[in-house]
Design a protein around this ligand. Structure first.
Ligand SMILES: *Cc1c(COP(=O)(O)O)cnc(C)c1O
Length: 574
């Protein structure tokens, strides 16, 4: 019984996992990107591992948005229609949450996620679109990341406080509360309130709540951390406002959701080793561990590649750590399955863009949120050199996709410029942009290209997960050493690095250096390998499965959360 995992499993240790977005299937459009996909993948692994977990999120009835480019290639956001009754069951439960002087009723819809071993895991989607609510309050669970800061504050009150009250109404009393990012941090205040009659001394309540809570931070960009005007939070929360902890939470004059989550969590983690170092500097008074992200292997492996895993590993579906056995896959078989995935992607590209790509030509993928720090245009910085490299070999094809956040004007301009460049495609250099990036399109691109490109500005990529999805399909990465790639890159074995982990200079200088190093690698290492020594290239592809997919998956990640965050409640220094 000393084995913590055994104790954990045998004591029905219920975990409540709170996340503003949870991406469970491409058919439920309540996610915007990496954070939601990670939450969905994590819950899928929890279900596969037979753990007792419930998920809590917002309904996001009108979704994130559908991307539509106008004649000038500028992004517009269209409302998403989806039929919630098809996927969710309306529960007969209503609770009330106070926002300032208003009473807002909150109800819930239930999604049942079935794990690999048949175990159901419930996810509750909070809903304020109820007849008794005002027209304004009905919309509080409509738009993911929509509206202004007031809307966001009110959404987060629904998620944190409404979420706990819904759990209570359903008779659910978790042993741990996991805040996936700071959006749900108000839940700590509801837990404090609940325990007040039992523990009148604040210090005792504080310790109890802290013992119950766990927090994962996801961004090293300060602007990525929600912070509200203190006075607005005071008015909205009323008696729930944490006066005793005010000075720890309103550090910069604003009420910081991250500071709130950190203050009331006993275990706090970043999502990659490098991200931990950056987070630790941002919050020097806190002890922050790291658990590197992963992806759900079964979700992100193309069925054709999965056939190989079924054939050459014992049981990768229940234990993705078995993917190390990918070394047994004959490279001819991997090559031929990959070629099929590539054809499938090219067929999709042709349907959508009328452009025919050549399956014999080396193809690069780049798909993620369009925003400045991810530097989607870095590969085009010296367009003449890129053309020269493509001309000197048998060519290069590049496939892009990505949505910009509705308020990210610069991100939209990046898309506009990249789509503009598609007109400069030549016989040897083809540039493609696929509209309306989502999980379905992600699946097609990550399995169908030959190389996954990732060029964030250091140290702003907390982890990044699309490269892990690519690795599951035998697609190696060429990436800046940031986020997960610091841990995932073994040069020439699992892929390639662009430049060094630490760089000095202004942005313009670093962009220039990184672009030249990117071209050098393509020209001197990657293209010669692909075109002149394809067996060796395929070995790198296979390594990316055996070394990286075997590790960067949510099953491994789930084990680490159980041991460090849920059971032992301590930090391992590694
Ligand atoms: C995986 C995924 C992301 C996250 O990709 P990053 O490389 O972490 O930026 C974003 N959007 C969708 C649709 C995804 O599937």
């Amino acid at each position: 019984m000393d084995d913590p995992l055994h104790t954990f499993v045998s004591t029905k240790h219920l975990i409540a996992y709170f996340s503003m977005e949870i991406a469970l299937t491409p058919k439920i459009p309540n996610y915007s990107g990496g954070l939601g996909v990670l939450a969905g993948d994590t819950l899928k692994s929890f279900a596969d591992l037979n753990l007792d977990v419930v998920g809590i999120t917002l309904l996001s009835e009108k979704g994130y948005f559908n991307q539509k480019l106008d004649e000038s290639n500028y992004q517009h956001e269209n409302e998403v229609q989806w039929n919630k009754e098809e996927f969710l069951k309306k529960l007969d439960v209503t609770v009330q949450v106070q926002i300032g002087s208003r009473n807002v009723d909150v109800s819930a819809w239930e999604y049942t996620l079935i794990g690999h071993r048949g175990k159901p895991l419930k996810i509750y989607f909070l809903d304020t679109n109820l007849s008794q609510n005002s027209d304004k309050d009905k919309l509080l669970t409509s738009y993911l990341y929509g509206g202004d800061m007031d809307y966001r504050l009110e959404q987060e009150i629904i998620l944190g406080i409404g979420g706990i009250r819904i759990l209570r109404a359903l008779n659910i009393a978790p042993k741990k509360y996991h805040m996936n990012e700071g959006h749900a941090a108000f839940l700590t205040l509801e837990l404090l309130r609940e325990t007040t009659p039992l523990l009148p001394v604040f210090e005792e309540r504080f310790n109890l709540v802290k013992d119950l809570c766990t927090f994962t931070t996801h961004t090293p960009v300060p602007a990525g951390h929600d912070a509200f005007e203190e006075q607005k939070v005071r008015l909205a929360l009323g008696d729930l406002f944490p006066n005793e902890s005010r000075d720890k939470i309103c550090l910069t004059g604003k009420f910081s959701m991250t500071a709130l989550a950190l203050e009331f969590s006993s275990y706090k983690n970043a999502v990659a080793r490098k991200h931990k170092q950056v987070s630790q500097k941002m919050f020097p008074d806190q002890t922050i561990d790291h658990i590197t992200n992963g992806v759900h292997s079964m979700t992100w492996t193309h069925p054709l590649i999965a056939e190989l895993f079924d054939k050459y590993t014992l049981n990768w579906r229940s234990n993705p750590l078995e993917l190390r056995m990918a070394y047994k896959i004959p490279i001819t078989e991997l090559r031929s399955k990959h070629d099929e995935c590539k054809k499938e992607l090219f067929q999709y590209v042709e349907e959508k863009t009328k452009i025919k790509l050549d399956p014999e030509v080396f193809t690069i993928g780049f798909a993620r949120r369009s925003t400045t720090y991810k530097r989607p245009e870095l590969v085009f910085r010296d367009f003449e050199r890129l053309k020269h490299i493509a001309n000197s070999k048998k060519g290069i094809q590049i496939i892009f996709a990505g949505k910009a956040h509705p308020r990210d004007t610069e991100g939209k301009k990046i898309i506009q410029r990249i789509v503009g460049l598609t007109n400069y495609s030549t016989d040897k250099l083809k540039i493609i942009f696929l509209e309306n990036y989502d999980m379905d399109i992600a699946k097609k691109i990550i399995s169908g290209v030959d190389l996954w490109l990732n060029t964030p500005k250091r140290p702003l990529e907390a982890s990044g997960t699309s490269g892990m999805k690519a690795a599951h399909n035998g697609v190696p990465s060429l990436s800046i050493l940031d986020g997960w790639w610091v841990e995932g890159c073994i040069e020439n074995i699992t892929g390639w690095a662009i430049g060094e982990e630490f760089v000095d200079g202004d942005d313009n200088y670093i962009d220039h250096q990184d672009a030249q190093k990117l071209y050098d690698k393509l020209e001197q290492k990657i293209l010669p390998l692909y075109y002149e020594d394809n067996d060796e290239y395929t070995i790198v592809m296979r390594n990316s499965i055996a070394i990286n997919a075997a590790y960067f998956n949510t099953h491994r990640m789930a084990y680490q959360y159980i041991l460090r965050a849920y059971v032992r409640n301590h930090t391992l220094n590694n």
